[in-house]
Design a protein around this ligand. Structure first.
Ligand SMILES: Cc1cc2nc3c(=O)[nH]c(=O)nc-3n(C[C@H](O)[C@H](O)[C@H](O)COP(=O)(O)OP(=O)(O)OC[C@H]3O[C@@H](n4cnc5c(N)ncnc54)[C@H](O)[C@@H]3O)c2cc1C
Length: 123
């Protein structure tokens, strides 16, 4: 996990320098996808290390955090990390972007490609 975190940090540094040079690349999508998985794995490891304590939630009382995204326990941070691969673009969508736009792989079959949004079937 340390190696993954370090590779991610260096990728983010590279992405930042490319952006400053005016040539943003796919590193943003890579970083979003990799950080979501890494964050989930880190907190899973943390609650595993806590043993049975890792299953305790503390209190369900609503407490306003002192800082944005601040957590008063590892257990809460673990639960919040589950959202990382959904929010801001799911990991599956990130993989599609990287596969199709970066690697140039053939796209998914999209039967609704030419269909106006108002006519796309929904459940
Ligand atoms: C904790 C949390 C905080 C959020 N905060 C914000 C916020 O501050 N601002 C904001 O605007 N939004 C926010 N969101 C919304 C978030 O951006 C969306 O939930 C997210 O983009 C996924 O969209 P969706 O829920 O409509 O899922 P859908 O797009 O309906 O996806 C459902 C499932 O289908 C899969 N899927 C969808 N399309 C494809 C595809 N083309 N290829 C392969 N698989 C696909 C997805 O991976 C997923 O598993 C937040 C969501 C969460 C969970």
């Amino acid at each position: 996990m340390w190696i993954r975190a370090e590779v991610l940090r260096l990728t983010n540094v590279r992405a930042s320098q490319m952006r400053k040079a005016g040539v943003p690349g796919p590193e943003g999508s890579i970083g979003k996808m990799a950080s979501a998985d890494l964050n989930k794995d880190i907190y899973e490891f943390v609650v595993d290390m806590m043993g049975l304590d890792g299953q305790l939630y503390g209190s369900y009382e609503m407490i306003r955090p002192e800082i944005a995204m601040g957590f008063d326990s590892f257990q809460k941070a673990f639960l919040r990390a589950r959202a990382n691969s959904i929010e801001g673009g799911t990991t599956e969508v990130m993989k599609n972007i990287l596969g199709e736009r970066v690697l140039g792989l053939p796209g998914d079959v999209r039967v609704d490609r030419e269909v106006p949004w108002s006519q796309v079937p929904r459940n």
